[in-house]
Design a binder for this molecule. Structure first.
Ligand SMILES: [Zn+2]
Length: 358
């Protein structure tokens, strides 16, 4: 990583001994929601989980919230990410679970993207859970594949489709039907995979050509081999694993086997609420997941960019995108040593400096 040099404008900037890295890329977030589930998190940690909690609780709260309020909530969350050195963020819908609500949420992300300098990639996650009014998994999959995905694609509201391909949510058959509809509509595919159970969702993702499979807490050696032999990125989300006191994904084994890994926050309504936490995520990658500090930083920049299909982001090459952060640190080891308490001094996106106040 560099120290001082020519700014993209050609102007010379003296950053002293500051660590300079590519802007952090958060390739997995769920920012469009209303309501507060910290009571539910506390109950879960005390061993008395809510029976009426979970994704559907957030869906109820979000459906009942007007555009202006939701937009303000999303903007606040993405602004926190930017202030913490994230220059590209993936934003999923998925707390709407009907055509009208999902489209409303994707449009809100689009309006916030127009106002903020942070780069935003939109993902349609209508397959987050089956809403009670759908009647059955099969009926909802038909709604997703025949109505929702074609509408999202034709209006250009998302680049990716994501599926919660896990036990009790979308099984292999449902995931494959949704995945094929996404690819047929010209959208990329990403999966929530192997978080709750080892289901084989990783092998399915690899077979379908998913850009990324995310979570992987329950992944075994066979799954590691499947990813290592593929172009699908393994995205690791250490923060919700900590909050849920879950197993940790096999980061070291994936990297050693030759898989491309990414680190992302998974900031969401119910299992990890930390928007603006990517410096902590890099630190957790190094301390908890067994990566080196440089490996963790690469996973949160070039790796996460690959997880979004963006080879032009996440690097420091001459002629590159010039998304840069100068940190209040001198070495990438600070992300591990300070565990979350590393902040940007200055941020550039596409060569333009972004003001860090207000
Ligand atoms: Zn997620």
């Amino acid at each position: 990583m560099g120290a001082a040099g020519d700014a993209p404008s050609g102007e010379r900037v003296d950053l002293g001994t500051a660590l300079v890295t590519p802007g952090l890329v958060d390739s997995h977030t769920h920012p469009v929601f209303a309501g507060d589930r910290s009571d539910e998190a506390a109950a879960r940690l005390e061993g008395t989980p809510y029976t009426d909690g979970g994704i559907l609780r957030t869906v109820r709260a979000t459906r009942g919230t007007d555009d202006e309020t939701l937009e303000r909530l999303v903007e606040g969350r993405l602004r926190r990410a930017l202030m913490a050195g994230t220059t590209t963020v993936e934003c999923k819908s998925g707390y709407g679970l009907s055509l009208a609500e999902e489209v409303r949420h994707l449009r809100i992300i689009g309006r916030v993207a127009d106002r903020l300098p942070i780069r935003i990639v939109r993902t349609f996650l209508g397959a987050h859970a089956v809403p009670p009014e759908a009647g059955s998994l099969d009926a909802y999959v038909r709604e997703l594949t025949e109505e929702m995905i074609p509408a999202v694609a034709s209006e250009g509201l998302a680049e990716f489709v994501d599926v919660f391909a896990d036990a009790g949510f979308f099984d292999g058959d449902a995931t494959e039907r949704i995945g094929r509809a996404a690819l047929d509509a010209g959208l990329g595919l990403r999966l929530h995979a192997e978080q709750l159970r080892r289901t084989g969702a990783v092998e399915l993702g690899v077979r379908l050509g998913a850009t990324s499979v995310d979570h992987l807490e329950q992944l075994d050696e066979e799954g590691v081999r499947a990813l290592a032999g593929s172009t699908t990125v393994a995205t690791l989300l250490p923060a919700p694993a900590v909050v849920l006191r879950d197993r940790l994904p096999p980061a070291r084994a994936l990297l050693d086997a030759g898989a491309t890994i990414a680190l992302a926050s998974d900031a969401n309504a119910g299992t990890y609420g930390g928007f603006g936490s990517m410096p902590l995520v890099v630190g957790l990658g190094a301390t908890l997941l067994g990566l080196g500090a440089t490996e963790a930083l690469e996973a949160a920049t070039a790796g996460s960019a690959r997880a979004l299909g963006r080879r032009d982001l996440g690097g420091l090459e001459v002629g590159g995108a010039a998304d840069l952060v100068a940190w209040d640190a001198e070495h990438e080891g600070a992300f591990a040593l300070r565990l979350g308490a590393v902040s940007p001094l200055r941020v550039w996106i596409g060569g333009e400096e972004v003001p860090l106040s207000g």
